[in-house]
Design a protein around this ligand. Structure first.
Ligand SMILES: Cc1cc2nc3c(=O)[nH]c(=O)nc-3n(C[C@H](O)[C@H](O)[C@H](O)COP(=O)(O)O)c2cc1C
Length: 340
């Protein structure tokens, strides 16, 4: 009977109204959301002023010193290579030190510059003006950072890498599933910390490491954010922890890098999911596919910076003894892999 009633609903009449509404809503929303994103990128990225904030200047310093350390890893680096980059870096480092003082990244930049100087000296170029500037900066290093020796190049052996690559990664990958039912046991923050430390090993363009993770522990904040998210209905109280992963536009510049925050942020988020799996925790990515209004709501609830970009939420908790997961059947390799 009910089937008969349903079949009598004038489908042709009701469907187009919904479709028409959606059509015009999206015709407006798509350009407005792109406009919102592009204005935000233009305003907050380092495009028009590389030194606009500490984060932007630090990103520039990382990018420049990373270029030098990469240059030093080539098989036969050309003595004197990249001197323009080196001079820019020394200049920005001086500015950074004056404005914000030395921090770990600034000290690492200085270590890289000393390695660059020593490489050139060994190869017949003793750049004394550079050496003098580096020594002047060195004198201003606070005691707390004097032990910081990282940066530059590392010598590693294939044998040492191979010792770690014979783990059964395939089984590890196959045993991860998106988890939507959790044990009621609270998650120790040390486990989250351990996972974040591992996720920090994710690659990021020029090693900017712009991703940030917020643990939404305040019940009100968590509630606001989960209400703005559309994929947690029916199980939102299950996970003990909700993590918010963000990127930041301040670390990127110019139109060509406009998607960088999303790419680097997503790689980080994926590593975090693997890392959570490795410490025995269950997790489920939760999309943050929201319009500009959703973005503003989440920013207001969490108080994160306006320059930050929402990547995703990750629901985290301990695994129950037995549970159901969606099969989420995958495509065949042949459908995905193509030789061009
Ligand atoms: C960016 C992203 C957003 C996702 N959003 C949701 C979500 O909102 N709700 C949900 O239940 N699952 C969500 N998922 C989980 C996917 O449904 C799941 O990863 C996919 O079906 C593959 O299944 P598996 O993770 O169990 O292998 C999301 C996954 C990703 C990568």
């Amino acid at each position: 009977m009910s089937n008969l009633l349903i079949s009598k609903v004038p489908v042709k009449y009701t469907q187009p109204i919904g479709d028409t509404y959606r059509f015009f809503r999206e015709l407006l929303n798509i350009p407005l959301d792109y406009l919102f994103d592009s204005l935000k990128y233009a305003w907050f990225s380092s495009t028009f002023k590389a030194t606009r904030s500490q984060r932007a200047l630090q990103a520039l310093i990382i990018r420049l010193y990373h270029g030098i350390e990469v240059g030093l890893t080539y098989e036969n680096p050309r003595p004197g290579f990249g001197i323009k980059v080196v001079n820019r870096l020394v200049n920005y480092l001086g500015k950074y030190e004056k404005k914000y003082g030395f921090d770990t990244q600034a000290k690492i930049a200085l270590n890289v510059l000393f390695q660059y100087y020593n490489f050139n000296k060994k190869n017949g170029i003793d750049n004394q003006p550079l050496f003098k500037k580096l020594n002047d900066l060195q004198k201003r290093i606070p005691v707390s950072l004097q032990e910081e020796t990282r940066g530059g190049t590392l010598s590693i052996r294939k044998e040492d890498i191979e010792k770690t690559t014979n783990i059964d990664f395939e089984s590890f990958v196959m045993s991860r599933h998106s988890i939507r039912q959790f044990a009621s046991k609270p998650v120790d923050m040390d486990l989250i910390r351990k996972a974040v430390r591992m996720a920090l090993r994710s690659p990021s363009a020029c090693n900017r490491q712009q991703a940030r993770v917020y643990v939404l522990d305040d019940p009100l904040v968590r509630d606001h954010v989960l209400t703005a998210q559309n994929g947690n209905r029916g199980w939102r109280d299950q996970p003990d922890k909700i993590l918010l992963v963000t990127s930041n536009y301040e670390y990127y510049k110019e139109s060509r890098e406009r998607n960088g925050a999303y790419i680097d942020g997503s790689l980080f988020a994926m590593s975090l999911v693997w890392a959570l799996h490795s410490v025995g925790l269950g997790s489920c990515c939760l999309n943050l596919n929201v319009t500009r209004n959703g973005v503003l709501k989440i920013k207001k609830a969490t108080g994160i910076r306006p320059s930050e970009v929402l990547i995703m939420l990750i629901a985290v908790g301990h695994l129950p003894e037995n549970l159901q997961v969606a099969a989420s059947t995958r495509r065949e390799v042949e459908e995905v892999l193509h030789v061009l």
